[in-house]
Design a protein around this ligand. Structure first.
Ligand code: CA
Length: 458
């Protein structure tokens, strides 16, 4: 981090006389006395306006970004609170908490001009499904651009405490008789917050890897997070697939335990993304890059583990996550998970990462990951199989249109990111899951053929 901030100061940012909105919010949030803002011993937290060259000056200072109060949204919140958006000229970014993923989708359909949002945080492949008109009103196609990945890890599958000690864990071999028995009476019921995207796909992958058919052997439902927690308390919901702080909260409140972290299902997996309406990006190419620079700087700040207590403090504020204490974020942020069934994980490599992980860039949106999400949609019959036929020509055409890794690279270069941190391929290569299955992005059809449990006839 030191190296990064040295680099920033080398690029001669001008400290402006005015204090940005981000700094005011930060003071309010942390209760810092005003004099500590501007303290020269803490250059990292200084809200400074960049010495923006005329070629890089954004077309607008405004953007309205939606987010869901889970750790995936941290780069957006930190970019605002630490003044990183303002630093690149985006001094009027508004973050809008979304009641649900369905509301985020509805709000991006109308855009900020209609009282909605221009973009923000998304599960995958929501931007592709919106672009194709698969999940929009009247199946209206609304082009969207994927611009960065926000996070890896930070998600998991929680199970109601009544199932403690019955073999429900990462592998489900010993739990199979229980699930079979439940199937004939009240099927094992699992919730996620939006269909056909990450949380739905993680739970399906996890079940199918142990030979359980998610469509035939259990019941899967879309349920809002708060309602799921209430249902788990009363015993009417068996499982919940979601992002932090929910899993840790469920364990902390003794409502449930963790069967699996997504970091266990697929280490360094793609999670949620930053995407905007395509028309907004096309009209504001410089502002798009300014937003990306703010997010990239926030991601680097978040990956400094020394900053994570402060991050938890900021995120837990009422207007963001509304947590009674930042404590429920602190341990997971250090890779410490009390799984609630006696299992404890204390491994920094299992924590959430925003900028870089063991495999390289987190922030860069690999097109090979978009292809996995689309392939899983084909697997479960959410998208027709022609998307992956003929070398996945249709999926690749869609990904090329939606995934604007080219804009990410331009922004990274303008930010002065070292070449070593800018991927040279749009593919991260072959991916390996916990059950030994491999996904070769060059051969998605073969991947589907190799999987025993699927809905698509391939
Ligand atoms: Ca998630």
């Amino acid at each position: 981090m030191t190296e990064f901030f040295n680099q920033v100061s080398r690029r001669k940012f001008i400290v402006t006389a005015g204090v940005s909105a981000g700094a005011v919010l930060l003071k309010g949030c942390l209760g810092n006395p005003p004099e500590t803002v501007g303290n020269s011993t803490q250059p990292a937290v200084q809200p400074v306006a960049a010495n923006i060259s005329p070629e890089q000056k954004p077309e607008t200072t405004k953007a309205k970004l939606g987010y869901i109060p889970i750790v995936e949204s941290a780069p957006l919140i930190i970019a605002l609170e630490k003044g990183f958006f303002a630093k690149y000229g985006m001094s009027e970014v508004e973050l809008s908490k979304q009641a649900s993923w369905g509301s985020a989708r509805d709000n991006v359909e109308i855009g900020s001009a209609g009282g909605g949002i221009d973009g923000g945080q998304w599960q995958m492949p929501m931007p592709h499904l919106i672009t194709e008109g698969k999940i929009t009103k009247g199946n209206q196609p609304i082009p969207m651009y994927v611009l960065a990945q926000l996070i890896t890890h930070g998600n998991g599958i929680a199970i109601a405490n009544k199932h403690l000690g019955k073999g429900i864990s990462l592998k489900l071999d010993t739990a199979k008789p229980l699930l079979a028995q439940l199937k004939s009476s009240t099927p094992f019921t699992a919730a996620f917050t939006f269909p056909h995207v990450n949380q739905d796909l993680w739970i399906r992958y996890w079940l199918a890897a142990s030979g359980i058919d998610p469509d035939a052997d259990v019941k899967l439902l879309t349920v809002p997070a708060a309602q799921t927690v209430a249902n788990m308390k009363t015993g009417t919901m068996d499982a919940f697939s979601t992002g932090d702080p929910w899993p840790f909260r469920l364990v902390n409140d003794k409502i449930g335990f963790m069967a699996a972290l997504t970091a266990e299902i697929w280490k360094n997996h793609p999670e949620e993304y930053f995407a905007m309406r395509g028309d907004w990006v096309d009209q504001h190419p410089k502002a798009t890059k300014a937003l990306l620079k703010g997010i990239m700087e926030a991601q680097q700040w978040l990956d400094n583990f020394d900053n994570r207590k402060e991050a938890a403090q900021i995120l837990s504020a009422k207007k963001y996550f509304g947590l009674s204490s930042p404590e429920v974020l602190n341990d997971p942020y250090q890779g410490k998970y009390d799984m609630g069934d006696g299992r404890k994980i204390d491994d920094k490599s299992m924590a959430a990462y925003y900028w870089k992980d063991e495999k390289g860039s987190v922030s860069y949106p690999y097109q090979s990951h978009d292809l996995w999400f689309i392939t899983e949609n084909v697997r479960w019959g959410f998208l027709p199989k022609d998307y992956i036929a003929n070398g996945a020509a249709k999926a690749k055409e869609l990904i090329k249109k939606v995934n604007r890794e080219d804009i990410w690279k331009e922004a990274a270069k303008e930010l002065g990111i070292p070449a070593a941190d800018i991927p040279t391929s749009t593919s991260r290569g072959v991916e390996t899951f916990f059950d030994g299955v491999k996904f070769d992005p060059e051969k998605p059809e073969e991947y589907l053929k190799s999987l025993k449990i699927k809905k698509a006839s391939i």
